[in-house]
Design a protein around this ligand. Structure first.
Ligand code: R5P
Length: 295
């Protein structure tokens, strides 16, 4: 007999959850959330969770801990009535905390790995996880979905003349290469150094003059405060590049990041709907469903 699936949304990824359920032809179970004066969430399912498999969809953008706790609560609730519970976390908060950079720092991704497993998730699906190390810390059943080809298709439709794809740091080089090969463009990587104590970022490159006159597409997994992208854009501008665009999977854009990035000379920031908002224009539901079918 065919397995029946339900998709459960818990507030932070309503549109994406609805699209995933449509593509899977699965029931969509919505939740009602009340927040008490002390900050506690009271979650109520609008329908009973039924079927053989539950897919919980919840991105962990701010408020990160609140969204995380709501996801864990619904995983745990689903596990009461079925054994196959998949957590789809399109944007995985804490993904950058994947190692002990300074002595005594908590590797929070390892904690999250234990929390998802403890709550009852059989597997965790993430879009463009910051690092493979972070994915490994989530556990053996963690699956990464890449939105990079979808982002590249969006840029292909923009018909940008003489494009140069740039990774702002070595950690994102493979992502930028994948984007460039999908777009049929050249790529370079900048050298980013971050002071772990002050958070200050410095950008350089070993390749001189390569950006002169080229229209730039900066590719990154996420933009939070915009600090890294602003530094990269200022550096590329000092190299007399042409127009600049940004392609990123998770456009969090906190703390006035959008204004700062525009002020640094970037024309447009294109993100995906892992983080809803005006920059989340590229839909990742098809990529997620393709992986879910294989999981
Ligand atoms: C760093 O390695 C990441 O890929 C991002 O470039 C960075 O974390 C984005 O953060 P922010 O926008 O605050 O610089």
């Amino acid at each position: 007999m065919a397995k029946t699936t339900c998709v459960v949304s818990c507030g932070s990824s309503e549109v994406l959850a609805a699209r995933i359920s449509e593509r899977l032809k699965a029931d969509l179970i919505r939740t009602e959330i009340r927040v008490f004066a002390d900050g506690e969430s009271k979650i109520r399912l609008r329908q009973k969770i039924t079927g053989d498999r539950a897919i919980i969809v919840q991105s962990l953008y701010p408020p990160v801990d609140t969204n995380l706790f709501r996801a864990l609560s619904l995983i745990s609730k689903s596990r009461e009535c079925m054994t196959d519970v998949t957590a789809v976390i399109p944007y995985m908060g804490y993904a950058r905390q994947d190692m002990e950079f300074l002595p005594g720092e908590i590797v929070t991704m390892a904690v999250l790995g234990k929390l998802f497993k403890g709550a009852g998730a059989s597997n965790v699906v993430v879009v463009d996880m910051h690092s493979t190390r972070g994915l490994e810390l989530l556990g053996a059943n963690a699956i990464n979905v890449t939105a990079v080809p979808a982002l590249a298709r969006y840029f292909a439709d923009m018909h940008i003349d003489n494009p140069l794809v740039v990774s702002p740091d070595s950690g994102g080089a493979a992502r930028a290469e994948l984007f460039a090969s999908n777009l049929g463009a050249d790529t370079i990587m900048l050298d980013k150094k971050r002071d772990r104590n002050t958070g200050q970022v410095q950008i350089t490159t070993t390749e001189s003059d390569v950006a002169r006159g080229r229209n730039i597409i900066l590719v990154d997994d996420m933009i939070s405060t915009g600090g890294s992208i602003v530094k990269a854009a200022q550096f590329l501008k000092s190299q007399d590049c042409g127009e600049m665009f940004v392609a990123c999977t998770h456009a969090l854009l906190v703390d006035g990041a959008q204004g700062k990035i525009k002020a640094a000379g970037v024309s447009e920031v294109v993100g995906t709907n892992t983080v809803p908002g005006q920059n989340g224009v590229v839909d990742v539901s098809e990529d997620i469903v393709r992986k879910l079918a294989a999981a």
